[in-house]
Ligand binder design. Structure first.
Ligand code: TXA
Ligand code: MG
Length: 359
């Protein structure tokens, strides 16, 4: 049977929206699955305290069961129900960034099943700022485990219409909202280390986190930065800390090549357009190659330009949908500019590097 489809806007307060959210809340409470909008990307939710419900998420996504889920909460008391050792740094980060795109990892309490945490004794927790998401969690009355709503290995989804192809028939309900405001997933920070350590970059950066917890004390800031240096050195070459990091990620059907220090996107484009097959035909037809770029560089690539925006915020917001649009358009080779200049651009590059590798 197909999923029930409902629409809920950011505000989510009309009578019909509230009715839909109550129904979705009931489904979640009873062990079902609901896809819902958040400010980062869409999430695929189920009751985080039920192993059977968590298993349904892994099934619907085709996700390896050792890749842990993020638990979404709507009130601070839910954090204390599921997490151990919530220290003063975490509370400062809560004050500064919740609700919002920050996920914190804590030691888990027994109430959180291993099926939700991929067998780990830690739990990742986030309070989203999307009002519809908060109301949904409230309606469910339980913390909601939700990875990004996409088939495992594919780009995350930030535009509702892509959910229907991927999840119709695989979940109980799909809530369509506006396009995701931020466009890339939350920053994941490990609070169980000696210092808060970013495992997955996002809109909130490692330095934003250090700024908050050093509370203007420049000695403390220096100490944190020195520790980070030591730890990054120590982690170099070690297995990935965040289990999700080892899997194939964000892959569109097209091949993705990134501009590098040796070769500009324009050079990669020119080379690609002159490549020939064994029998002497051009490898790519004109519309099969597109360049993801900043607005200011559009003219360099002529008809091959696909503008992501004018700045990092727009680039982040449009990134995942652009990868999926390329597939819709039958693009075979995506070339991307190297985005830089701020930490959000680094977070975008983190996704693009994964999209471009074959692991
Ligand atoms: O913005 C987001 O975080 C979105 C929305 C829906 O909230 N969710 C999301 O979930 O991106 P997902 O499952 O696609 O990514 C979660 C990441 C994975 O890399 C996972 O390995 C890591 O967080 N993670 C979760 N729990 C962890 C834990 N206990 N220890 C280390 N890493 C963890
Ligand atoms: Mg994901």
């Amino acid at each position: 049977m197909g999923a029930k489809i409902a629409r809920v806007s950011q505000g989510g307060s009309s009578e019909s929206e509230l009715k839909n959210l109550r129904e979705a809340g009931r489904i979640l409470k009873n062990g079902g699955t609901v896809v819902f909008p958040t400010e980062t990307v869409y999430g695929l939710g189920a009751n985080a305290l039920s192993p059977d419900a968590a298993k349904k998420i892994y099934e619907a996504k085709g996700r390896p069961s050792d890749n842990p889920l993020i638990v979404h909460i709507s009130r601070l008391d839910m954090l204390y129900e599921i997490a151990e050792d919530v220290g003063s740094d975490a509370l400062m980060l809560v004050d500064a960034f919740w609700p919002g795109p920050l996920t914190m990892i804590f030691k888990k309490k027994d109430i959180v099943p291993l099926a939700t945490t991929g067998g780990l004794d830690t739990v990742a927790v986030r309070m989203p700022s999307h009002k519809g998401a908060l109301k949904l969690i409230e309606a469910a009355g339980v913390p909601i485990a939700a990875p990004s709503a996409n088939i495992s290995g594919r780009p995350s989804i930030t535009k509702g219409r892509y959910l229907l192809d991927e999840f119709e028939g695989k979940v109980d309900m799909i809530i369509l909202g506006e396009d995701s405001e931020i466009g890339i997933e939350s920053t994941v920070v490990d609070m169980t280390e000696e210092i808060p350590l970013v495992l997955r970059p996002g809109k909130i950066s490692q330095s934003d986190i250090f700024q908050v917890i050093s509370t203007g004390d420049s000695q403390k800031l220096k100490f944190l930065e020195k520790k980070l240096e030591d730890i990054s050195g120590r982690h170099c070459g070690k297995p990935a800390r965040s289990p999700g990091m080892k899997y194939r990620h964000y892959s569109p059907k097209a091949k993705v090549i990134l501009e590098g220090p040796q070769k500009s996107a324009e050079q990669v484009l020119n080379e690609a357009m002159s490549m020939v097959t064994e029998d002497g035909k051009l490898l790519y037809e004109e519309p099969e190659v597109m360049v993801l770029c900043l607005k200011k560089n559009e003219e360099l690539y002529g008809d091959h330009a696909y503008v992501l925006g004018e700045d990092s915020e727009e680039v982040a917001r449009n990134l995942f949908t652009s990868l999926r649009m390329m597939d819709d358009m039958g693009v075979k080779l995506i070339i991307s500019e190297f985005f830089s200049g701020d930490e959000l651009a680094c977070a975008v590059m983190n996704r693009l590097v994964k999209a471009s590798s074959n692991i």
